[in-house]
Design a binder for this molecule. Structure first.
Ligand code: GLV
Length: 394
């Protein structure tokens, strides 16, 4: 592979190195994938105002998320099956995030367990919670995250039932992979992945195996989710979750202002505007388009983050200029991980940092804290619905 200069290079390399069923798992959206695609294209439509002849020396990207110092307003999103993109993937990604000074969020559906990751890093990470029907297990997960020193709990609100991703069904996604002739043929070309996987003992859902009652068949994610995830989860549950956790709580998956208000009323310290990377409700708008309405509703009361479709530092800058306090990346770091392991995640973060830094300067700013709507071309960025109505009526 020639020099890696962008996230797309990492994606291409990951596609060559990661078994097809796991690469496809990450790189897909629900149903027609229209929302998955929209997340990225909506970012591209937002244009910067190029400024010149301003002193660009001595720039600053440092910021704060949930009271925690971050070297740039970027965090690693929770992603399921990360340890199937590369052996021990969650440990490697958490280490790379720690070195880069950005938060790492461990998914409930991870391969490495909470305790595995806690042992591998020296600073607290964040833990993402899925709520299962087995409430004792959920309570146990919250307690395990607390015992591991996690500094924030992220409750995912938009996945009580799983959106259908066609490729997972067609590939017969299982963890670990079932050794069918097609899988064996694919694995034969992914020798790096196989060697690393042969050397680790972490090959199933580390947080779940051996903890959930009646979870005999963890392998088929869609069947397992359907039988274990609690479809009755509601705002009332946030109160007991928050009380049990007794620490900073982020609610992820909020797209509408009324849900953002309910999240904050229920005790959220931050919300993530997210459509789950286009993996749930196909036909939902791009998450960056939903950001302004959510900011208008709760931006003065809570921190508002966004994820979905971020592929560059320019996208991070666009989101921050629109008012996001932090930006979560999922697929970009998974591509890095699948391509080059820990080094690939570090490379992903370096690429994004460098792009963010240079773009900030070319917009005429030296401090990310000063990035706001003034660096964006009027008419090219999404506005809150209320403002849009004003515009239409003038
Ligand atoms: C889980 O978070 C998934 O999107 O598959």
């Amino acid at each position: 592979m020639s020099t890696i200069t962008c996230i797309e290079d990492l994606r291409r390399l990951a596609k060559r190195r990661v078994p097809k069923m796991f690469y496809d798992y990450a790189d897909s959206g629900a149903w027609t994938e229209s929302t998955y695609r929209a997340n990225q294209t909506a970012f591209e439509e937002i244009k910067f105002r190029q400024r010149v002849m301003v002193d660009m020396d001595d720039r600053r990207l440092t910021s704060e998320m949930l009271g925690q110092q971050v070297s740039m307003p970027v965090a690693l999103a929770p992603t399921g099956l990360t340890g199937m993109q590369h052996a021990d993937g969650e440990i490697l990604a958490a280490r790379a995030a720690e070195k880069a000074g950005v938060p790492f969020t461990l998914s409930t559906m991870s391969i490495c367990s909470i305790e595995d990751v806690a042992e591998a890093v020296s600073k607290p990470f964040w833990f993402q919670l899925y709520v299962m029907r087995d409430r004792d297990f959920v309570i146990d997960l919250i307690d395990r995250a607390k015992a591991a020193g996690c500094s924030a709990l992220m409750l995912t609100a938009d996945l009580q039932i799983l959106g259908q991703r066609h490729k997972d069904l067609k590939n017969g996604l299982t963890v670990p992979p079932n050794l069918t002739p097609a899988t064996l043929l694919d694995l034969a070309t992914k020798w790096r992945w196989c060697f690393a996987m042969a050397r680790t003992k972490r090959r199933t859902f580390g947080n779940i195996a051996g903890h959930v009652k009646d979870a005999t068949d963890l392998s088929s994610l869609s069947k397992w989710t359907a039988s274990q995830f609690d479809p009755s989860l509601s705002w009332d549950d946030v109160k007991w979750i928050k009380a049990r956790w007794n620490g900073p709580l982020i609610i992820k998956g909020v797209m509408e202002p009324e849900d953002a208000e309910r999240a904050v009323d229920a005790g959220a310290d931050a919300v993530i505007v997210s459509n789950h990377g286009g993996r749930q409700l196909d036909g939902a708008c791009a998450s960056i388009e939903a950001l302004p309405d959510v900011l208008q509703a709760v931006g003065s009361r809570t921190e508002v983050y966004v994820d979905g479709g971020v592929r560059s530092g320019q996208d991070v800058l666009r989101a921050v200029a629109l008012g996001a306090r932090g930006v979560f990346i999922g697929r970009p770091f998974l591509y890095g991980l699948g391509a080059l392991g820990e080094e690939g995640v570090s490379r992903c973060l370096e690429i994004i940092r460098n792009e963010l830094d240079i773009s900030l300067a070319l917009c005429g700013l030296r401090d990310i804290a000063d990035a706001d709507l003034r660096i964006l071309k009027p008419g090219s960025y999404p506005l809150p619905a209320e403002k849009l109505d004003d515009k239409v009526s003038v």
